[in-house]
Design a protein around this ligand. Structure first.
Ligand code: NAP
Length: 255
């Protein structure tokens, strides 16, 4: 794909202070987009924005808690006031909550996980649609997971939230196709980020065992898929889940 595939586009990335979101913000900017970065951590978010600016591209960080609907509205407005438009929305912020056996679960964990992983994505998209329509169309990419396509023991709450992301993505792809707005998910396998570190305590052996390629992925490998879904190279793809997980969703690994 050409290095200026997104020249003139404006992209918004939530969860841009770390991991997949940070790598994707950098990749979107490298492909020519102006980028609005969102997360709660000011220092980390500003550092990613500064990295992009120092490479000669345009970026602003807007401190945002995605569980607050007013802050999401302000985020979309910032894209329009800073860069004049919104073309690409990458709704990526997420939390693993507290994985473990369901009998140990504190029900408040359901709220934390669903508020961040599902409700915030629905709210973000609600605010993004009018801005995308003003441009005659655009792209929405939501971060799901291979756990949005397959179950995994001890991750029931998280998996339920990511299955919900798949459901809302496909439904909105149907609803928005006539607006020329494509809606897809990127569905990462285990990716080396602070989230994977927290979820596994640093021991990824259990996850590696279900990955035919036998290794976790990198944030940059997800960012490459995000660029594909954001660009015209995927112009006839909507309502699709793109697993990027070393073959994890292909079937079963035996002996
Ligand atoms: N790593 C994996 O193995 C993996 C696999 C499949 C899917 N995913 C998904 O990929 C996405 C990114 O995760 P990651 O692995 O890159 O994890 P990460 O490094 O922990 O990053 C998570 C990002 O989400 C942001 N975030 C969390 N809650 C937020 C809130 N309430 N408001 C605003 N931002 C919030 C964090 O920023 P602040 O803390 O600064 O707010 C951070 O930028 C998530 O949706 C995750 O579920 C990850």
């Amino acid at each position: 794909m050409s290095s200026n595939a997104l020249e003139g586009k404006v992209a918004l990335v939530t969860g841009a202070s770390s991991g997949i979101g940070a790598a994707s913000a950098v990749a979107l900017a490298s492909a020519g987009a102006s980028v609005v970065l969102a997360a709660r951590s000011i220092d980390k978010g500003e550092a990613v924005a500064e990295k992009i600016r120092s490479a000669g591209a345009k970026a602003v960080f807007v401190q945002t808690d995605v569980t607050d609907d007013k802050q999401l509205a302000r985020l979309v407005a910032a894209a329009e006031s800073e860069f004049g438009a919104l073309d690409i929305a990458f709704n990526n912020a997420g939390t693993e909550g507290t994985p473990g056996p369901i009998t140990d679960a504190d029900p408040s964990n359901y709220d934390t996980v669903f508020d961040t992983n599902v409700r915030a994505v629905l709210n973000a998209i609600r605010h993004e649609i009018p801005a995308l329509r003003k441009r005659g169309g655009g792209v929405i990419i939501n971060t799901s997971s291979i756990l949005g396509l397959r179950g995994v023991a001890n991750f029931a709450t998280y998996a339920a939230s990511k299955f919900a992301v798949e459901g809302l993505t496909r439904s909105l792809a149907l609803e928005l196709a006539s607006d020329n707005i494509r809606v897809n998910t990127v569905a990462p396998g285990p990716i080396v980020t602070p989230m994977l570190e927290r979820a596994t305590g640093g021991n990824t052996d259990g996850f590696n065992a279900i990955i035919p390629m036998n290794r976790p992925g990198t944030p940059e490998e997800i960012a490459d898929a995000v660029i594909f879904l954001a660009s015209d190279a995927s112009r006839y793809i909507t309502g699709h889940a793109l697993p990027v997980g070393g073959g994890a969703t292909a079937g079963f690994v035996t002996g």
